[in-house]
Design a protein. Structure first.
Length: 584
């Protein structure tokens, strides 16, 4: 168990994964850089055209020269447009490749983080961080970075026209770069606050929406709205502050650039009047200045996207470094239904005190174990440990001799079926939900699992049978129907161990009878079943009982012997209390 001040473990592959994903598109980045060179080179088309029109066409009054120049300019602009379009498409594919390359590692890290005793806070925003980096890659802000190295080319052209114009252009570029740096320093904190506030408001809104039935039935709509509006208000205030900070510099940049272009025209006009510059060079210099300053203005205007992408990159580096990656595991044969728990101590994620302490027991094939205890005793914690959802702080859970860590999580899920205390369905058909959302469900296995769960006849009575679509909140299905479908999902693929957490909490008498019949069948097939329960009806088919009290094993053995011991102890406590004058 990690101490209070012990640093979070760091795995060296985190930032390396990000760099590797970026380097996969190195050749494409070079292609974009080459396209950017030619695009910026072709940007000289406009200034050169204006230079020749003012200095040659107007002075010579030659229609042939004008037509030839215009045709050439049309061709060059067409080539520039094609190259600019192509580099935009290439950047779009770089962003898509980057996201596709990291989708699985980031998704897996977010899922694994929920099982850690000290999960990094970046896990809550992992997928959004990946999207923000992808948006940065495809945004005009990053494209402006490819254009920025070629800005000196335009300033050099202005210097060729006249040194005074070049000095003015260079001064303007320095001022805009100072504004860009000030924008970064000033708007960083407001942007981070706005992003975190927006995330908190979205989380609360999603939670209220997912529990809309309860909110409506308990008359909580006004209270829920007030709380959401408070979070939303903080998000809006933070967004306004960030927009104000960023917008101030954007407006300053735009205003100064327009002023600078006018100043360039004014200076050019003065130089024309004293015969040190031609009218064409005056116009061309103004155009070159606008093109040279455009990347800086774009970066300042897109700074929020740029900042969010940088923040996302940093968060992903922390997340992938803090969460241990899935290591390749040797594929083991299908295990026998023999499970042994060895001195297991469990500290739930985010907590410091253990919920289970030194629990040990062994279960043979064909046994059904009822796990009983008061609320908060640790029954659901044990269920999560037996299914590999939570890792024990010490001790081992072994399935057919191999610890659960030796199985790949997806493979382990095929061997251990799990029915959580709160069953959640996914958007899709009943068949897809029973098949655990596989892209290509096995129809025969789906029907077999439903029959084992005694849910087959119930499903056939639905409008579209197994193809009936359900939503995340169950839709038209009752709590008992959802629970029976959840049981069928747990049984899909013939797992050797089945863990049922309060399986009859929503079942009526018919459902309870069906559940007990299903447990009887599973026992006859040599499977191991764990039933965490409060109700005696749930452990009717159990032949073994495990009693947990305050996270510790209190009793384990044959059901009748354990129940008799519990009754005896209860009687002794009552008699002891009566002798001491207590109230029975």
């Amino acid at each position: 168990m990690q101490g209070k001040d012990q640093p979070m473990p760091s795995y060296p592959n985190g930032r390396a994964q990000l760099r590797a994903a970026r380097q996969e598109s190195r050749s494409l980045y070079w292609a974009v850089a080459i396209f950017s060179f030619f695009v910026n080179l072709l940007m000289l088309t406009g200034p050169l055209y204006m230079l020749n029109v003012y200095d040659r066409v107007l002075s010579s009054r030659s229609f042939e020269t004008l037509i030839a120049l215009s045709a050439l300019v049309a061709f060059l602009y067409g080539m520039m447009g094609i190259l600019d379009y192509v580099r935009g498409r290439v950047m779009g594919r770089i962003g898509a490749r980057f996201q596709a390359r990291l989708d699985r590692p980031v998704f897996a890290a977010v899922m694994r983080a929920t099982t850690l005793s000290r999960a990094p806070r970046e896990a809550a925003t992992g997928l959004r961080d990946l999207e923000s980096v992808q948006r940065l890659i495809t945004s005009p802000a990053l494209m402006a970075l490819f254009d920025l190295p070629w800005a000196p080319l335009f300033f050099f052209g202005i210097f060729i026209f006249h040194p005074a114009m070049g000095i003015l252009a260079l001064f303007g570029a320095i001022v805009l770069m100072i504004v860009a740096i000030a924008n970064q320093v000033t708007s960083r904190k407001p942007l981070e606050t706005a992003n975190s506030s927006r995330f908190a408001a979205d989380q609360l809104g999603n939670q209220i929406r997912s529990e809309s039935e309860m909110v409506h039935s308990l008359g909580m709509r006004s209270a829920a709205f007030d709380r959401w509006q408070l979070a939303r208000g903080k998000s809006l205030d933070a967004s306004i502050s960030a927009a104000d900070a960023s917008g101030t510099f954007t407006a300053m940049t735009k205003t100064f650039r327009l002023f600078l272009q006018s100043a360039m025209l004014g200076l050019g006009a003065y130089l024309v009047l004293i015969n040190e510059l031609s009218p064409g060079a005056m116009i061309a210099g103004s155009i070159l200045l606008g093109r040279g300053l455009a990347p800086i203005e774009m970066i300042v205007g897109q700074w929020a996207v740029f900042q969010r992408g940088r923040e996302g990159w940093a968060n992903l580096g922390v997340l992938l470094s803090a969460v241990p990656p899935d290591m390749p595991r040797t594929e083991l044969p299908k295990p026998k239904a023999a499970l042994r728990v060895e001195q297991v101590t469990v500290v739930p994620p985010g907590e410091k005190l253990p919920a289970l302490r030194s629990i040990s027991f062994e279960v043979k094939p064909g046994q059904a174990v009822g796990v009983i205890g008061t609320s908060g005793a640790g029954k659901s914690t044990l269920a999560r440990v037996l299914t590999g959802v939570w890792q024990p702080a010490s001790g081992n859970v072994r399935l057919d001799g191999a610890s659960l860590e030796q199985y790949d999580p997806d493979v382990l899920g095929k061997h251990i079926g799990y029915l959580p205390q709160r069953v959640q369905l996914f958007d899709g058909t009943i068949k897809e939900n029973i098949a655990r959302m596989l892209m290509q469900p096995d129809d025969a296995a789906v029907v077999k699992a439903a029959q084992k769960a005694a849910a087959h006849d119930m499903i056939l009575k639905l409008p579209d049978g197994y193809d009936t679509r359900v939503s995340a909140n169950g839709g038209r299905l009752s709590g008992g129907q959802i629970q029976r479908i959840g049981l069928a999902r747990a049984l899909y693929g013939d797992p050797v161990v089945l863990v049922l957490d309060e399986p009859n909490s929503n079942l009526d008498n018919e459902g309870s009878v069906a559940l007990n019949q299903a447990i009887k069948v599973l026992k006859s097939e040599g499977n191991v079943i764990f039933i965490m329960a409060h109700r005696p009806a749930a452990i009717q088919e159990c032949d073994t009982l495990l009693v947990i009290d305050n996270g510790a094993r209190r009793a384990y053995g044959p059901k009748d012997a354990v129940m008799a011991e519990l009754v005896k102890n209860h009687g002794d406590i009552q008699r002891s209390t009566g002798k001491s004058g207590g109230v029975a």
